[in-house]
Design a protein around this ligand. Sequence first.
Ligand code: GTP
Ligand code: MG
Length: 353
Amino acid sequence: MKVGLVGFAGSGKTTIFNTLTGLTAEVGGYGAREKANIGVIKVPDHRVDKLALIFNPKKKTYAEISFVDVAGPQAEDAEQAQSGLDPKLVQHMREADALVHVVRAFDNPILLQAADPARDIRAFDDELILTDLVQIENRIVRLKKEKDSARESELMARLKTALEEERLLRDLELTHEELAMIAGFRFLSLKPLLVLINQPEEAAGDGVPAGVNELAESKKLATIAMSGKVEMEIAQLAPEEQREFLQAVGISEPARDRFIRAAYSLLDLISFLTSGEDECRAWSIKRGTTAHKAAGVIHSDIERGFIRAEVTRFDDLAELGSEARCREQGKLKLEGKDYIVQDGDVAHFRFNV
Ligand SMILES: Nc1nc2c(ncn2[C@@H]2O[C@H](COP(=O)(O)OP(=O)(O)OP(=O)(O)O)[C@@H](O)[C@H]2O)c(=O)[nH]1
Ligand SMILES: [Mg+2]
């Protein structure tokens, strides 16, 4: 999963990037740098560890989340701009599966504006809308010159109207077919978005502020709150010290763990597992994925030549201690292409190419 950290200059994106990845990218750049920060984290999964104890594989592989952090636009400029976001920034955003909007809730002495999370949430949504609108308008111009473009023209006109009414594309009800038709454009306002409220130090253990909660509810936004600065300092301590420190400032769980949960829930992801002597591994897929498509996440050949899946529940395997015993006890099921893979399924795919 690729996550783009986005938001206005000085909102704390790089600080959050460091907190989540454990890296030490330079903070306080104020939009000056062109370079993107890139980092990857492994998603902790006790099931992979347990499977490794059973199968003793050469390799353990966890699911991964990769982050890209690019300097943001100045909030003051955004109010006047009419053309949407900087193309370089947009390029990074397009490649992301999900966006995390880092919103400043702390007063930053170098910025002119006082913290106002609700203002920034609206203003950034406007940027997404404007960027998509420009792209759609260009497309509409081009479509006028093409034959057989009636269906796409109709759809683009509908999207344009929605954006002009300040509605985000992800809030529209689009059919699978319509979504497939526009997938190639990678519209920004269509991407799942998590609002991350970057709290002042003194509110490090607090939840999302009430005013933001109201706005989030009306806009159906997923939210999470943390103090980037405090969490970054904690993330750079030794593990024993971390626990003490977290308790002292009233934080119940490290930011990274909370973030991973929020991201999985936002994208409606679950994990299935594969196990064997070579590798025990977790794979993340969208809830509701069929065995056929899940096989394709591992390799396109396995999807193409899919015969069946042999599925054990992780809990059964952990309890009984081996696949042989699961088989004896009728805990190993044979499933076809249309089986919906469940969180915690341990699957072997049989295929023939
Ligand atoms: N008080 C306080 N300051 C913070 C917090 N998070 C970040 N900062 C400070 O805000 C400044 C900007 O942080 P960055 O992480 O560099 O912000 P950014 O969003 O990456 O900025 P650009 O890359 O310019 O878009 C730094 O001086 C940070 O130390 C926070 O939670 N509380
Ligand atoms: Mg930065």
